[in-house]
Design a protein around this ligand. Structure first.
Ligand code: URA
Ligand code: SF4
Length: 211
């Protein structure tokens, strides 16, 4: 079974977690990726945004949401009245999963499997325990399923604040969770303006829970 738990130090703070995550071999994704991309942001953030996994640029640079999807996310947070500097951003999976169309060609993002998201969940659980936000925003289906269970569907259950379930079998953390579309879905949408507006509407709902 794939599992990050043996690599997660107990009683660690965020900085120690980040250092430990750099050496995680809890699933095979560390083999082909450049580096672990751990969460970043305000360690006392009241809102945590959870994406799927680092993209090509995040993998190269070592920071979450620094590529095209990150640009969309930062603008949407701003438009929703959430100060991006006061948020914490992370991903369900900490290593980039990809295929190549041909040898030496561009790296194409591949969705992580349930085994991989489950393996990586101890890192996310530890981050959420330490940051202890009021609201967690799941960006897209992978994060939504990771936080709300495999039957979660972002298309029908987005934009609603729900109680955040316990991620690691402990007590429910007492925070709320809201799922919305992934910012990269905005970039792929036929009607980008409409998709973007939907993302901002959902983030405004999250912002109201912070007020
Ligand atoms: N997409 C994600 O889900 N996360 C990132 O960090 C970048 C792109
Ligand atoms: Fe560890 Fe997660 Fe990377 Fe897999 S994806 S090796 S569980 S950090």
């Amino acid at each position: 079974r794939y599992d990050a738990s043996p690599f997660v130090p107990s009683g660690a703070g965020l900085d120690e977690l980040r250092r430990a995550a750099a050496g995680c071999e809890g699933c095979p994704l560390h083999r082909d990726a450049t580096q672990t991309v751990f969460g970043e942001g305000d360690p006392a953030a009241r809102v945590v945004l959870v994406g799927e996994q680092p993209g090509d640029q995040e993998d190269r640079r070592g920071h979450p949401f620094v590529g095209p999807a990150g640009k969309v996310l930062t603008r949407a947070l701003d438009d929703a009245g959430i100060d991006p500097a006061l948020a914490y951003v992370t991903n369900a999976v900490k290593h980039f999963k990809y295929t190549r169309a041909e040898r030496g060609k561009r790296r194409i993002h591949k969705a992580p499997s349930l085994r991989e998201t489950t393996a990586c969940r101890p890192w996310l659980a530890a981050e959420l325990r330490l940051v202890d936000p009021d609201v967690v925003v799941a960006l897209g289906a992978t994060a939504g399923k990771d936080l709300l269970g495999p039957s979660f569907r972002v298309t029908t259950q987005r934009g609603v604040l729900l109680p955040l379930p316990a991620l690691d079998g402990g007590d429910p953390p007492g925070a709320e969770v809201l799922a919305t579309i992934h910012p990269s879905a905005v970039l792929r949408a036929t009607d980008r303006d409409e998709a973007y507006a939907g993302l901002v509407t959902d983030l405004r709902t999250a912002a109201r829970a912070l007020a």
